[in-house]
Design a protein. Structure first.
Lengths: 89, 348
């Protein structure tokens, strides 16, 4: 299973920005034939998927393939960055 | 799904086109155009506990520094996104990239030390130092690290890219009761990391208004109402003899009025110790002369006014132990405040 996580800190980062990254990964993955399960994770919580996060910085986008962390990008500045991560997954 | 994506991207393109048109319209009509320089879209304002909001820096007031602020105030930093350059392609046909990427840093300086202020909501956080590792070897008491760190500053730089929901939220920090309020000066630096353009402003926290303070005093007291006639009845004159004491009161530091600011007036209640029949206090040594008994010391009390931050003091009071002609007038100084003033003047 391909997964995409957008880790954000609800104390600092707009949730909308993380959600936009997650949506873009889902949309782009579907468009290129790579279905992806996307999720945003608030690093102030206790989500078990926080194990894929490299603290302390946010917003961090992470791709995971079959439970293995593939790629990480800190604070992407534009949607093509997300598309490129999904392309490489 | 790709159709949705394409539609969304075309919407972003239309939005970018509108922004460019707006910029062109603004340029044609003489209005402000979108810029990357933080000075063009950053406003720093002081929210005092009392009174109106004061603008320290804005696009209309650029480059101000060494601005005095009240140490009880809140400093708010705001960004006008309508004046920011929107994301654009770096090359023809390329993807839109942000042109504004903000970092907000605030430092407080006290003497030779300069330290960052955190947290700054949305922009800087202070991560606590990791807990010291404990030793389990030998089963003894856990050991602690000999050195401690204050923590790590983590900056949360913000892009301006509406297409991905990335904005530059306003932020603030409070001076009341913090190390920032007690600093010699505060430095605010807003940097666009994309262009390295920056806006730097320095603030000087001040204790405006009336502030209670306990001050030392050395009054030179003149007993009032003593003349040749009263002297024959056993009332002795006391002509500006030194009398140490203490003042419970405060001083007023004006913010706007230059004259009042210079005079720095104060008032309070002065309590002094004196000995009218035989001055027992030696001004040259700052001590009561040898052999002075507690019963020899008399206490006077009265209202006090002061100038120059309690350095120069005046009082009119009453000797609580005198049987007659107990009123006195005094003029004096506070050596502690005088030394503080001189030290600050020498430091400048």
């Amino acid at each position: 299973m391909r997964q995409f996580f957008a880790f954000y800190n609800s104390g600092f980062d707009p949730e909308l920005q993380a959600q936009t990254f997650a949506d873009e990964a889902t949309v782009h993955g579907t468009a290129i034939g790579k279905p992806i399960v996307s999720k945003i994770v608030d690093v102030t919580g206790n989500d078990p998927d926080k194990s894929f996060w490299n603290p302390p910085n946010t917003i961090e986008c992470v791709t995971v393939d079959a439970g293995t962390k593939r790629e990480s990008r800190l604070n992407p500045s534009a949607l093509p960055d997300i598309d490129a991560m999904v392309d490489r997954l | 799904m790709k159709t949705y994506n394409s539609n969304r991207k075309s919407n972003f393109a239309r939005m970018g086109s509108c922004l460019l048109s707006l910029a062109a319209f603004s340029a044609a009509t003489g209005l402000s155009v979108a810029q990357t320089d933080p000075a063009a879209f950053t406003a720093i304002r002081e929210w005092p506990r009392h009174g109106a909001v004061k603008t320290i820096v804005s696009p209309d007031l650029p480059g101000r520094s060494n601005v005095e602020v009240d140490e009880q105030s809140i400093i708010r930093i705001g960004f006008d996104t309508t004046k920011m350059t929107p994301p654009g392609a770096l090359v023809t046909g390329g993807p839109a990239r942000p042109r504004v990427h903000l970092r907000v840093e605030v430092y407080s300086s006290k003497g030779p030390s300069r330290s960052p202020i955190a947290p700054i909501p949305h922009y800087a956080d202070l991560l606590p130092a990791p807990a010291p590792a404990s030793s389990s070897a030998g089963g003894g008491a856990p050991t602690t690290s000999e050195t401690t760190t204050a923590g790590t500053i983590v900056y949360h730089d913000k892009y301006f890219n509406p297409a991905i929901g990335a904005g530059t939220p306003d932020t603030e920090f409070n001076l009341a009761g913090t190390q920032a309020g007690a600093a010699d000066f505060i430095e605010i630096r807003v940097t666009n990391l994309m262009t390295q353009e920056s806006l730097t402003t320095t603030l000087i926290p001040q204790r405006f208004g009336f502030h209670a303070k306990i001050t030392d005093s050395l009054m030179f007291v003149k007993r009032l109402g003593v003349n040749n006639t009263t002297k024959t009845t056993g009332v002795e004159a006391f002509n500006f003899g030194p009398s140490p004491g203490v003042t419970y009161g405060g001083t007023y530091l004006a913010r706007g009025n230059g004259l009042v600011r210079f005079l720095q007036p104060g008032f309070g209640v002065n309590v002094l110790f004196t000995k009218w029949s035989d001055p027992a206090f030696d001004a040259s040594t700052g001590l009561f002369v040898a052999g002075t008994k507690a019963s020899d010391i008399q206490t006077g009390i009265g209202p006090q006014v002061s100038l120059f931050g309690n350095v120069l003091q005046f009082t009119y009071g009453w000797n609580l132990h005198a049987e007659q002609k107990r009123q006195y007038f005094g003029i004096g100084v506070s050596f502690v405040n005088m030394a503080t003033k001189l030290t600050s003047l020498v430091a400048k």
